[in-house]
Structure formats: structure tokens, C-alpha cells
Write a protein that binds this ligand. Sequence first.
Ligand code: JHZ
Length: 397
Amino acid sequence: MTCRICGRATREVLNLGYSPPANALKRSPSEDDQAYPLVVDWCSTCDNVQLRETMSAEALYRNYLYVTPDSATLDAHYEYLVSYLVGNGYLASDASVIEPGSNAGHFLRHLQPKVASVLGVDPAREISQMANDSGIPTITDFFTAEVADAIVKERGRANLIIARHCLAHNPSPHEMVAAARSAIADDGFFVVENAYVLNTIENGEFDQVYHEHMFYFSIRSMSALLAMHGFHLVDVSMSLVHGGSAIFVASPKPLPAGPAVQKYEARERLFLNAQAFDRFAARARDVRNQLTALVRSLHADGMSIFSYGATAKGNTLLSYCGLTSAEIPFCVDSTPMKQGLFLPGSNIEVIPEATSQSPDYYLLTAWNYQDEIVGKVRRAGNYRSQFIVPIPFVRIV
Ligand code: JHZ
């Protein structure tokens, strides 16, 4: 294929076979699953890592089930993010802020008391309604050029546009970046937060590959994308959230790239290469072999195993490993919209945290909240269940 950013030829670096879309949970295990390929390609010209075959954003997000969880880990991240943006002069108290992909408005709720105005834009019908109902004004749509124009006509240009974990989620990131360029004030900033490719690869997080994650951005691919739409990458900050995420800061003004951009770009030149991708693919196979052997032997010994977190990445993990309700009958998850449904492919039933008995083991499919979830389970009085943590390597804690 050709690169969706720079148009040059790409090469395959990971093939996880076919998997159903992660958030296509079902009302009944007898419903059919539609599975699509999960093949990752790398463009060595601009270092863009991308899904070869993409699904339409319309199919993935209009009736979406991922609601940002209430989480101490995320609250701490929002605190950090705001202090980073304010401390570096990217966000002022009189700012008007737009957040594409705002989900139920968790981040904007955090920001609202600290700025002049907030506006969410999210295509998920039910979830954007939840945001509006809770006092976060939200337009139910994708952040396109037309939507951006309408916003500018009504409210003027924004001082900050912040796209958290959504720019990589669309077959054409050009559309959102172009919309941001037309809606940003001349002295404003466009901030993108996404899983960072070096963390994904170096931590062996192959389960971050699912149909919603169409891009795995690097400094170089992000700079190339931004430059095509008149933005300059000026800063980057790294966060541990979601397995390791980059916060990219761009300006329409030709400001010089700061030292952090140069530092991480230099790291990428050293570590983002064909050998790194080979190791990444080998680690995926190792996790599959070890996890399936462990779960099947525990199951054969009569141990009960539930999964914890009906995550998108958990779906990739279960699907690639071929684990199903035969070994893992229940998945515990705090999201009311997911409860009572069945995970696609594996047919595992999602149950609320409160109704979970104490299985012998939890497979922690939400491994990015390990401390928070283990702490929550212990505080609820369950000292019995052990946790199988699959990433970065299979272990029992
Ligand atoms: P979580 C989603 O991925 C989808 P997922 C999306 N594509 C993306 O990019 C990333 O987020 C950022 C549950 N939970 O955040 C709630 C508990 O049950 O890892 C969630 O369903 N108890 C937009 O789905 C899931 O785990 C808890 O105490 O991989 C976490 O999903 C906590 C903290 C969470 O993202």
C-alpha cells in the first residue's frame, strides 16, 4: 500500500489476522461476528505506522460503546495535561477550547472552570447526548471542515483545539487537521494526544492494534502531517497514560521546534527500524504462546478465570490468542453501556464490577489501569483473586 500521510510505499510489519471491531459488542452470543484484517504497515520515509485496511469512521463511531471511565489514573493525567499546557503558555484562562472526540466530556468537565468556554464535538449519538445532559456543550458530529466553519461563524476561532485519542482513529487524519487549521486563532495551539509509537513497539503492546487505531504516530509522521496543513510541531510531552502517550503541540505560527521534539526525533532515528518491528512481532507471538498455555492449563486444573476490562485492546488480545468464553465466561467492566452484552468473537459476557464473585484469576485486559484496578478489588475485600497481566510480558501478580 501507499502511506496515508506522505504517499510513499509501505511494508508490512505485523499481521494479527482477522478480528471483529473491538466495540461491536453483541446482545446475544448467537449473533454473527464480522471480522476484518489487522495488518500494520510502516512507511520508512515519514515513519508513519498505520493499519493497512481501515473501516469507515461512520461504521465505528456513530453507535459507540466506549465511554471514558471514571478513573483516578485519568484524573491525575488531566491535572498533568492542564498544568503542562498552562505552564508552557499554550493555554490561558481566557481561552475558548474545542475538543474533537470529546466522548462524554470528562476532560472538558475538568477544564471548564479554568477557561472562558469549552465545546465538544463527537459523532457518537448516545455519548454526546450524555455530555450535553451533564452540562458540556457538545456537537454530535465528526470534526470536519464544514463543522469547523459553522463553529467559527458562531463563536469565532478557538485558542486551543485539543484532540485526545481520536486523530489516529479516522482513515483520513487530514480531514481533522485541516478542520483544526481553519478553526484555530493565529496565536492558538492545536494539541494532539495519542498512543506513542515507540511505547507501543518497545513495550510489546501489540493489543493496541485494533480497527479504531489506524495510525501509530511518531514525531516524524506527526510533523509531516501537520506541515501539510500549515502547522508547525513546537513541543511534545510524554505521559504514561494508555500504555504511553505523546502530547504533540502545534502552532500555525512558524515557531521553532523545542528541545523535546529534537530529543524524541533523535530517539526515533535510533530505535524505529526494521529490527524493532521484527522484535515487536516476535513478542506478540511469545505473549500468545505463553498466555494461551497458562490460561488453558489453569482452566484444565479447574480454576475460574474472568477478564477485567471490556477494553478495545482486550478484544485484540483474546482474538489473537483464540481465547473465548470456553475458558473465560465473564468480563468485569464498570461501563453500564457494555454490561449485559457479549464481547465480539470471544462471546464473553460483560458483568458489573459489583456482581463479580472472586474468581481464582482475573486476566487484566485493562492492564493500563493495573494499580487502580488491583487496589479497587482489594479494597472491596477480595484478597483471593490473582491477576494475570499480559503486557508487556505475561506474569501473575
Ligand atoms: P481503556 C479506548 O480503548 C478506545 P480501550 C479508544 N479507541 C482509545 O483510543 C483508547 O480508549 C484511549 C473499564 N474499567 O480506557 C472501563 C473498569 O471496569 O483502557 C473501560 O471499559 N474499572 C478510544 O477500550 C475499560 O476498563 C476500572 O476501575 O482499550 C478501560 O478501557 C477502570 C479504570 C476501567 O481503553
